[in-house]
Design a protein around this ligand. Structure first.
Ligand SMILES: [Zn+2]
Ligand SMILES: [Zn+2]
Length: 381
């Protein structure tokens, strides 16, 4: 497949250099660290909002986004806003025919209906709407939509159905969850390995699914598809032959896979304005996902500099000569640079420089000690 320019209606090509805008510099970017995709008692999570907020504060997060199934109850209950130094936002995980997506920045509940019956006793809802219609309804509110666990497989021990996304032809979603802690952990789970998986969950984390990355790379060649990393936190309690266990307590999970957003604007303390900063960065792909439990990824940067300007991850840069890609990581690691999904350079070190002579979709992956660590959004060049 050839690299195609992005449809202008979806992601306009800038007429001026992508960056800097508004007088900022690449050095003055704010890095804001949060966790996305969390369930509370408002759907099938075990934690109350105060418990989740406390866990987020203990993990020293800047923001977290709670996304209960088919409901904005946590928003209606007034939990959005600043809680000391933690910004709490509430979206919704909307289900349709076992295909799930996160809807962020909503004012009104989408409520796909499918899961209402399960989580709200006595609640009767209409038949679920097809995924295509749900994406349209999120777009009508100018909300953000991210397909989640798009290759989630059937896992009977955890009552997990097949959650594979099928509506790939839609051009209405903003991005996809390229890495999910819960689905990564459960992928190689076997009942006889329960003890090992429960005692050392982090040893089971192997990185985003190859088929998810392949799909992402394919889609990114047609338009901007923002990749996010989620945890899908439920902190479920489970009765097992070994007793009642909590699978992934919130405070542990919040130290694992995080989303780092880069913004020229820092938080002001006005939560509605600060929410817009988070959502804008997510919409524009100014973010990367990282497994921070291995080591803090703060300070990671992925840039493309040319005579046309400087682009950061998520940006669309018109092709011009003499472009230089720069990748900087906070510690020595294995850095891969990919173009249109194929590796074009790999180095061991704390930086990588590459002269980009060909247009394409460039992204980077970083491994630390052989473990998956950082996944950037692409630069579209
Ligand atoms: Zn889901
Ligand atoms: Zn979920």
């Amino acid at each position: 497949m050839r690299f195609q320019p992005l449809p202008s209606a979806l992601c306009p090509l800038p007429s001026d250099p992508c960056f800097p805008k508004g007088g900022g510099t690449i050095e003055s970017l704010h890095e804001i660290i949060g966790v996305i995709h969390i369930h509370s008692i408002h759907s099938d999570g075990s934690g109350t909002m105060p418990q989740i907020i406390e866990a987020g504060q203990l993990a020293d997060l800047d923001f977290l986004i709670v996304t209960d199934h088919d409901t904005l109850e946590a928003k209606a209950a007034g939990w959005e806003g600043w809680h000391e130094r933690l910004l709490v936002l509430v979206g919704e995980e909307v289900a349709s025919q076992n295909q799930h997506c996160l809807a962020l920045g909503l004012e009104a509940e989408i409520g796909g209906g499918f899961l209402h019956r399960r989580y709200r006793r006595g609640h009767r809802s209409a038949d679920p709407e097809p995924p295509r219609r749900i994406l349209e309804r999120i777009g009508e509110q100018d909300g953000l939509s991210f397909i989640v666990h798009p290759h989630g497989r059937y896992r009977p021990f955890f009552s997990m159905r097949s959650y594979e996304w099928k509506e790939w032809g839609s051009d209405r979603f903003d991005g996809m969850e390229i890495w999910s802690y819960m689905f990564d952990w459960v992928r190689h789970f076997r009942f006889y390995k329960f003890r090992k998986f429960y005692r050392d969950p982090d040893a089971q984390i192997t990185g985003p699914f190859p088929e998810t990355l392949a799909m992402w790379d394919r889609l990114c060649r047609t338009r901007r598809i923002v990749g996010i990393a989620g945890v899908d936190a439920h902190a479920k309690t489970k009765r097992t032959p070994f007793g009642t266990l909590v699978v992934f307590p919130y405070k542990k999970l919040f130290r694992t896979i995080r989303t780092h957003i880069l913004s020229q604007e820092g938080f002001s303390g006005q939560w509605a304005d600060d929410a817009r900063i988070v959502y804008r960065a997510l919409r524009e792909g100014h973010c990367f996902g990282a497994y921070d439990l291995l080591s803090s990824s703060e300070g990671f940067r992925f840039l493309l500099r040319s005579e046309c300007g400087t682009a950061m991850m998520g940006d669309v840069m018109p092709f011009c000569e003499d472009a230089q890609i720069e990748i900087v990581v906070p510690r020595r690691a294995s850095i891969r640079l990919l173009r249109n999904g194929k590796e074009i350079r790999r180095v061991e070190g704390d930086s990588l420089r590459f002269r980009a002579k060909t247009p394409g979709v460039y992204r980077t992956e970083v491994a630390l000690g052989g473990r998956p660590w950082i996944y950037s959004n692409p630069i579209y060049f």
